[in-house]
Design a protein around this ligand. Structure first.
Ligand code: ZN
Ligand code: ZN
Length: 358
């Protein structure tokens, strides 16, 4: 057993002790990575006040030896049987598990005969992950710098006449060339009327000179994601669309200004919606105003009307209002914001609209 738990496991243990959980089974890989550093794609982390043990299989014996900190490692080619054996042996009176991530089949296998001891915990580790350490924020920022640099490189030759899918592929390649592990999610390049679909996948359509283009993209570095959206504007913009762009810009500013420790996340979302409403565009905005970013591209907190979380120092959230005019086109502006002791500060540095030649 390790002499003392690492700081992340220690924070988890204090949370578990408040719920009177004496053994916790962590099965979600990003949470396991967060707690003990293991980046493999298969394993289970058991955490108790006596220590933490990663159970994984022979494919990962060398990798786990190099990566895992703050936990012992147990290699077994019958991993779930080994987990079941360890759970039985621990004689825990309350076993916590991630109800969002453990399959029903595995739950049945592990809890057979002692179901009443198993306590469904929604997302305890995600709750811890909301508050980033300085090194995590710097990793997210580094991912953003890589992604932004790659975007500028790809756009430097212009975009008119190029296929959406080519621009997306070039951007993902450039992010890797600049040191990213890859894209943090599938790049969105949506031009013309397709830009009115918030999650449009790139198509083989060629970008026309008069089209707006929504580009939502991010890089992954050291496991941490970045997330940012710019809207490319044609040289000449119809007045109605110009009003939409201005409305989204104002709404984004209103959202970022509202970010302060202690403010409910749903209030930040409300400020964004009020601003769009004043400009007459609220009915064209159909998603949440933002989300946390970290090891996952979307994580807690959500900046949405039903969010129960509050803004706290150390969070990294996006603020990403959009206006989507059916048949015409869309505009979305997205930055990542780090929450300091007093306010939100952008950690994405590109201008959010980029204009093409007139
Ligand atoms: Zn995005
Ligand atoms: Zn986002």
């Amino acid at each position: 057993m390790p002499a003392s738990p690492g700081p992340r496991i220690a924070r988890l243990l204090s949370l578990l002790s408040r719920r009177r959980i004496d053994l916790f089974l962590c099965s979600r890989m990003t949470n396991i990575r967060y707690l003990c550093g293991f980046t493999g794609s298969d394993g289970v982390l058991l955490v108790s006040p006596d220590g933490a043990t990663l159970v994984t299989d022979g494919r990962y014996s060398e990798q786990s030896r190099r990566e895992v900190r703050d936990a012992d490692v147990s290699i077994s080619d019958r991993k779930w049987m080994e987990v079941a054996r360890r759970v039985r042996r621990a004689r825990a009176s309350r076993v916590g598990f991630e109800s969002r991530h453990l399959s029903v089949d595995l739950f049945r296998l592990l809890s057979r005969g002692v179901e009443e001891k198993w306590v469904a915990l929604h997302d305890p580790v995600e709750g811890l992950r909301m508050l980033k350490e300085e090194s995590e924020i710097r990793a997210i920022e580094a991912a953003a710098v890589t992604a932004s640099g790659a975007l500028l490189a790809v756009l430097s030759g212009g975009w008119k006449g190029r296929r959406e899918s080519e621009v997306a592929a070039d951007l993902e390649r450039e992010m890797k060339a600049q040191g990213a592990e890859g894209a943090s999610f599938r790049t969105i390049v949506a031009s013309g009327p397709r830009s009115a679909m918030p999650h449009a996948a790139p198509t083989s359509a060629r970008i026309r000179g008069a089209d707006p283009v929504v580009m939502d993209f991010g890089a992954c570095r050291e496991g941490y994601c970045s997330d940012e959206t710019v809207t490319l504007l044609p040289g000449r913009i119809p007045p109605d669309f110009r009003r939409a762009v201005d409305a989204v810009r104002k709404a984004q500013e209103a959202g970022i200004r509202a970010i302060r420790p202690g403010v409910p996340c749903r209030e930040v979302d409300a400020r964004v919606r009020e601003s769009l409403d004043r400009a007459g565009f609220l009915k064209y905005f159909g998603h949440s105003s933002g989300h946390g970013v970290g090891l996952d591209i979307h994580e807690r907190p959500s900046l949405a009307p039903r969010s129960k979380d509050c803004i706290r120092e150390g969070m990294v959230v996006t603020v990403e209002p959009g206006v989507y005019l059916p048949g015409v086109g869309g505009v979305r502006l997205e930055d990542m914001v780090q929450v300091t002791g007093t306010r939100g500060e952008r950690i994405t540095y590109l201008p959010k609209t980029i204009s093409g030649p007139a």
